[in-house]
Every structure is written in C-alpha cells, then in structure tokens.
Design a protein around this ligand. Sequence first.
Ligand SMILES: NC(=O)c1ccc[n+]([C@@H]2O[C@H](COP(=O)([O-])OP(=O)(O)OC[C@H]3O[C@@H](n4cnc5c(N)ncnc54)[C@H](OP(=O)(O)O)[C@@H]3O)[C@@H](O)[C@H]2O)c1
Length: 232
Amino acid sequence: MMNSLPDQFHALVIGASGTIGAAFVDLLEQSPRCASVRGLHRQSTPAIDFANEASVADAAQALANGPRYHLIVNATGVLHDGATMPEKRLADLNYPQMQATFMANTFGPALAMRHFAPLLAGERAIMAMLSAKVGSIGDNRLGGWYSYRASKAALNMLIKTAAIEVARTQKNSVLVALHPGTVNSRLSKPFRGEIIGRPAEAAAADMLQVLDALTPADSGSFRSYNGAELPW
Ligand SMILES: NC(=O)c1ccc[n+]([C@@H]2O[C@H](COP(=O)([O-])OP(=O)(O)OC[C@H]3O[C@@H](n4cnc5c(N)ncnc54)[C@H](OP(=O)(O)O)[C@@H]3O)[C@@H](O)[C@H]2O)c1
C-alpha cells in the first residue's frame, strides 16, 4: 500500500475521530511500509478544533519536532449537527449555520493547509483534503444543501490556490481535493447513509490507491475515490 512513498513513510490524519478519518488511520497502521501514523482531532493531544484558530498553529508547532510527513489526510467536515440539517431552500439560510459550516469545512481546512503543508517531506509527499462531489458547481443538478455545497466549492478553490503556491517551493508535493463517495458514517446517517453508503474502510482503501498514483503534475486537481477527475 502507498508503494509510491518511501519505505517507512510517516502519515498524519486530521479528523482521526471521524468515520473516514479513523478508517485511514486503521489502514495505515496495518501497512508494514508505514513507520508511523499520527491522528489528530478535537480531543487528541495536541487537539485540533477549527473553532479555535490557535489550536491549528499550536498542533502544527507541537509536531514540528517530529518526522516530516509523506502523507497528510484532512478528513474533517460537517453536514449537520443535532440542531441543524442542511438547508433545502433559500428560506432556510441563516448566518449561524452558514458560519459554522464554513468554519468547519472551509476556514479550518485552509488553516490546516497553511500550518501543515510546511511539515510535508521534501521527497515525494501527498496532502489530501476531503471534499465532496456536491461541492462541484458544474455537477450541481439537484440544488439544496446550500452551505455544505458552497463550503466545499470554496474549499476546492483554496486547495487549488494552495497547490499552485506550494508547487513553487515543494516541487515533489501533491495537494488534492478528494471525494470519498457516499460512505456509511455519522455525516451521512440522516441521509440513508447506512443503506446507500459504503463502509469507510473500502472508501479509504480506494482513496489511498488513487493518491498512490498521483504525480506532482496532478497537484491542484479534484479527484473521486475511483481516480476520475471531477468538474469544479
Ligand atoms: N460520508 C459521506 O458520505 C461523505 C461524502 C462526501 C464527502 N464526505 C467528506 O468526508 C469527510 C469525512 O466525513 P465522515 O463521513 O467521516 O464524517 P464524520 O464521521 O462525521 O467525521 C467528521 C470529522 O470532522 C471532525 N470535525 C467536525 N467539525 C470539526 C471542527 N470544527 N474542528 C475539528 N474537527 C471537526 C469530527 O470531529 P469530532 O469527532 O470531534 O466531531 C470528525 O473527526 C468530510 O470532509 C465530509 O464532508 C463524506
């Protein structure tokens, strides 16, 4: 697994407490070629909570004395919480929901790119940011889910922009937006995720295979779990 990375590579998963994040950690821990997997989340030490801007910088600082990472996966994201479900119509739009969604799906991951891209290994290294196909503007046929769609579309722009900058100084790095497919998880549960979603382990395995095949020329692209390039 991840044969394109050096033997005894180091990996970091942000959002390791999530369904898909935990599946990435499990798979990487099972790989004899992976020397270490670090999982960060809101309750880890150090903790990463996107509602607390300083926590992102502090966590990166705490890891700066450790190994450089050949693989960083950001698997954080929100679609709903106990109180709020994704907006179906314009009449549902409100600042608190839009702000909370953008905080978790857009601003937090952007800060994670800021503070963790410098920790990528100088030889081949991959940073994958979990996005979502419903964040594709070109593919939006059904409408609805305003904040979630917009937060992921904006995330995609931030990833593309960061990839252009990072390529200037870290020429062997690959920075991509990655769609996991529909996965049975906490996030998809209210939307028949248990019925229409795949197990997180299968999705994570597919995504690792896609990442393994990417080259620096692919940096800044939006990929599906099957390797296909998605429309922006
Ligand atoms: N499941 C799907 O069908 C599907 C489809 C398309 C895209 N995705 C994307 O895949 C990614 C993972 O989703 P999942 O299905 O694994 O969801 P999940 O099980 O709900 O996990 C979400 C993760 O995000 C973390 N998180 C949420 N808000 C945060 C915040 N403010 N600061 C820091 N961490 C925060 C959660 O931390 P806590 O454990 O502390 O809550 C958890 O680790 C997301 O980006 C999602 O948009 C999922």
